[in-house]
Design a protein around this ligand. Structure first.
Ligand code: NAD
Length: 329
């Protein structure tokens, strides 16, 4: 089976090729994303492997089918960038990596909370310049604070467990409450109560129609003044311009983002010599109480190994299914 691996960085290539050793999979690695512009690269391959920002829309899927692709192996948990209905119609199997390391993303959400709270991003620069003044670096104790967690699946659950360890009170919201968290002392409440009670709100739900721009001027209005918002899930959960408006008024006191709605034009690339053509994003970076990271929540040794192992297994399973289909035909 020949696999075209898209959006492939050197670290992906290292882990994937080590896990593909001793299999009959032949991997070819492309730095570019899969989209209509790069579709011609799939010629001669049997399957593709993609990441979060590849644009796998209905047209791309139709072209994949025409090129004989039978499988899309995503190397991520979220699949909002794939038109699943189109894949079903075209008979292309889609795999994802559901739980490659919930802990890695949950711990990154906590890193954003700790950075914003204790202002280590600012302290780092001050100390480097010989400025040891503390004015402006005041934080607060996490112990006893109310933390809202929206989405208590794998990552949300790991996040709640960590925050419980800090002595926080957890208010949770999910369409399917998790009994293990209730047993741990977390409290499921309606969303409006979560908004009203939480000092910190962390988003761990998927991006779908019901969660698109979940954080907007109406929902922000229901929150405490100075609330801390953390988004390590998907960028479009937060209405960026309305978040900026709330930063100006002080409604949002702290904003930690690992994802951004328009990130596909920016993230995972070295843009340091370019003018970023996104005024909303540029403005966001100017606030001292905003910390943005470039979708690195998943980026740990453990997670990358798990992603590679699961992706290779998914491709091997797809190959077995293809062989069985051929035998039946
Ligand atoms: P999961 O499927 O285990 O959990 C998602 C939870 O959200 C589920 O319990 C589901 O019931 C709940 N949910 C669905 N719709 C909801 C709604 N409208 N309101 C509240 N809850 C709702 O997924 P996960 O593995 O915990 O991942 C969560 C998200 O994290 C993914 O969708 C992905 O977008 C994001 N993610 C980010 C990174 C990163 O590097 N930053 C890495 C992996 C995943």
């Amino acid at each position: 089976m020949k696999i075209a691996v898209f959006s492939c960085k050197p670290y992906d290539k290292r882990t994937l090729s080590s896990h593909a050793e001793d299999t009959l999979l032949s991997m070819t690695y492309f730095e570019s994303r899969l989209s209509m512009e790069t579709i011609s690269l799939v010629q001669g391959f049997d399957a593709v492997s993609c990441f979060v920002n590849d644009d796998i829309n209905a047209t791309v899927i139709h072209c994949l089918k025409q090129q004989g692709i039978t499988c899309i192996a995503l190397r991520c948990a979220g699949f909002n960038n794939v038109d699943l209905e189109a894949a079903k119609i075209e008979g292309i199997r889609v795999f994802h990596v559901p739980d490659y390391s919930p802990t890695s993303v949950a711990e990154h959400a906590v890193a954003l909370i700790m950075t914003l709270n204790r202002k280590t991003h600012r302290a780092y620069h001050r100390v480097k310049e010989g400025n040891f003044a503390l004015e402006g670096l005041m934080g607060f104790n996490l112990e006893g604070k109310n933390v809202g967690c929206i989405g208590t699946g794998r990552i949300g659950t790991a996040f709640c467990r960590i925050m419980k360890g800090f002595g926080c009170h957890l208010y949770c919201y999910d369409v399917y409450p998790n009994q293990a968290l209730i047993d741990l002392g977390c409290e499921y409440v309606p969303l409006d109560d979560l908004y009203a009670k939480s000092d910190i709100i962390s988003l761990h739900c998927p991006l779908n129609e019901s969660t698109h721009h979940l954080i907007n001027k109406t929902t922000l209005h229901k929150m405490k003044d100075g609330v801390m918002i953390i988004n390590t899930s998907r960028g479009a959960l937060v209405h960026a311009q309305e978040a900026i408006d709330a930063l100006y008024t002080g409604k949002i006191g702290y904003l930690g983002l690992d994802v951004y709605e328009q990130e596909n034009k920016i993230f995972f690339e070295d843009m340091s010599s370019h003018i970023i053509q996104d005024s909303v994003f540029q403005l966001m970076l100017t606030f001292p109480n905003v910390v943005v990271t470039g979708h690195q929540g998943y980026f740990t040794i453990e997670a990358l190994n798990h992603i590679a192992e699961t992706t290779i297994n998914n491709l091997l399973n797809s190959q077995v299914a293809d062989n069985q289909t051929r035998r039946l035909a």
